[in-house]
Design a protein around this ligand. Structure first.
Ligand SMILES: [Fe+2]
Ligand SMILES: [Fe+2]
Length: 466
């Protein structure tokens, strides 16, 4: 703020010092400053709360104690002087879409964000306990929009190292952190959840709970927004509510049917390879992500998928895509039973994570007779309108669960633990897998049902109708 503006502000204060309207206004301003930064929605209620506080306190000040009245005046003055600075600082935190970290490997990562208007490349400082790096964003246009995408790529990072970043761009600033992928053999923890669309307040509840668990990365099983071709929804339904964890964990998205043509999904996120189907390694985990909506390229994806699994030697293998292969509540999807499922069974995939139906379902282990089965999970409780849970003997506990939730995984050598949590951290399901010599502990193996049995219990309803 220039000296001229400060002088104007002081003369304005002195001129209107004795008007009660002005003092109420000042207290309202002060009220704003008392609340935490970053949550725009809080500002308006906080303003009215500030006014209420002001009127209450001011009534006291009009009473018998002149000293209190003087103190009040000084508080107002301090509040006014500090307010512009605090507000400017607060505003400087807000980029149109805050930075999020993609494509994390043992030695590299990309930080992406969006600015509202034309902005020069932003500066990024990356700091770990051992060293620091500086970088600059590459700015690219977003089709049909004035906003700009910024991508800052970092390489030569150290494995399993926490990096704090500061982005300064277009006079705005944002901070966050992430951890690079570890080599094999390290314990890891991460979250998978999905269907975050349509109700940002519910998505916010889930993402705040995720942030408390400190995942090293988060994977989202699709339908991030209601209509992927509507630009505003990406900020309102995904990035703003997810900010609670995006500032501390990398994100890996999957494409859902609501992402439509995927134009904004593939612009706003940076994934490896052709971005539609790819895999990444994180310690002892190999995670494959598929795109079910590439139409005529499905055979190509199938071939790539088989090759990827053939060359995978990680202890644990997850596959993620949107529409489930086994599912009863909601859409009762049966995707990939004929082509993708046999490949997953052949190469010993451990867990398949999907969404699309807005509830939680974990099936009994499913696999061909005599082979290690697969755990199929539907996790679609990230905020979208919940669907009615259904009962089915193929489900663990005989029923699905219709709750907002996320799946929190820990992998440590041969042991995998999963806790499925509601936003208040109540556990709605949990599972431990101990894998030795390519099979799970007896207790799990005994519960397995054959693929044929699962298909009988969960028939293709659309086929049946025909
Ligand atoms: Fe969907
Ligand atoms: Fe959905």
């Amino acid at each position: 703020m220039s000296f001229k503006k400060i002088r104007l502000l002081i003369s304005f204060i002195l001129k209107y010092w004795n008007s009660s309207e002005f003092q109420y206004f000042a207290w309202g301003f002060g009220g704003i400053c008392k609340f935490p930064q970053g949550v725009t929605a809080l500002r308006i209620p906080s303003l009215s709360r500030g006014f209420k506080q002001a009127s209450g306190l001011f009534k006291c000040a009009r009473g018998v104690k002149p000293l209190w009245k003087i103190a009040t005046k000084w508080l107002i003055l301090i509040s006014i002087i500090l307010s512009p600075g605090i507000l400017l600082f607060s505003a400087s935190e807000e980029l149109y879409i805050r930075p999020h970290v993609n494509n994390v490997t043992t030695t590299s990562a990309k930080i992406l964000w969006v600015t509202e208007t034309k902005a020069p490349p932003g500066k990024v400082t990356l700091k770990s306990k051992q060293n620091s790096q500086k970088g600059e964003s590459i700015v690219s246009a977003i089709e049909g929009r004035e906003e700009l995408l910024h991508t800052a790529a970092f390489k030569d990072l150290k494995p399993f190292t926490e990096y704090e970043y500061t982005v300064i761009c277009n006079n705005k600033r944002a901070k966050g952190k992430f951890i690079t992928a570890p080599e094999k053999g390290r314990a890891i923890q991460f979250v998978v959840y999905g269907d975050t669309r349509s109700n940002p307040e519910d998505h916010l509840k889930v993402s705040k709970a995720i942030a408390i668990d400190d995942p090293m990365f988060v994977a989202c099983s699709g339908d991030l927004v209601s209509k992927g071709t509507k630009w505003k929804e990406w900020k309102e339904q995904f990035f703003d509510p997810a900010e609670a964890y995006l500032c501390k964990s990398a994100i890996w998205p999957m494409r859902g049917n609501h992402e439509k043509d995927g134009k904004f999904l593939y612009k706003l996120f940076d994934m490896p390879g052709n971005e539609h189907y790819f895999s990444f390694d994180f310690g002892d985990l190999h995670f494959v992500i598929l795109d079910q909506y590439i139409k005529d390229k499905l055979p190509e994806m199938l071939e790539w998928f088989e090759n990827d699994l053939k060359n995978n030697n990680s202890k644990w293998t997850f596959v993620g895509y949107h529409q489930p292969t086994f599912n009863t509540g909601g859409h009762a999807s049966t995707w990939g039973r004929k082509d993708f499922l046999p490949i997953m069974e052949k190469y010993g995939v451990d867990i398949v994570l999907t969404g699309h139906s807005h509830l939680y379902e974990r099936f009994l282990p499913i696999g061909p007779e005599g082979k290690k089965p697969i755990i199929h999970i539907v996790t679609g409780g990230g905020g979208a309108p919940l669907k009615k849970a259904e009962k089915n003997p193929a489900l663990v506990g005989g029923t699905g669960i219709s709750e907002l939730h996320y799946c929190f995984f820990k992998i440590n050598g041969d042991t995998l633990e999963m806790k499925v949590k509601k936003p208040d951290h109540t556990i709605i399901d949990q599972m431990t897998l101990i894998k030795k010599k390519g099979v799970y502990q007896d207790e799990v193996m005994k519960k397995a049902i054959t693929t044929q049995k699962a298909e009988e219990l969960l028939p293709d309803k659309k086929k049946k109708k025909k």
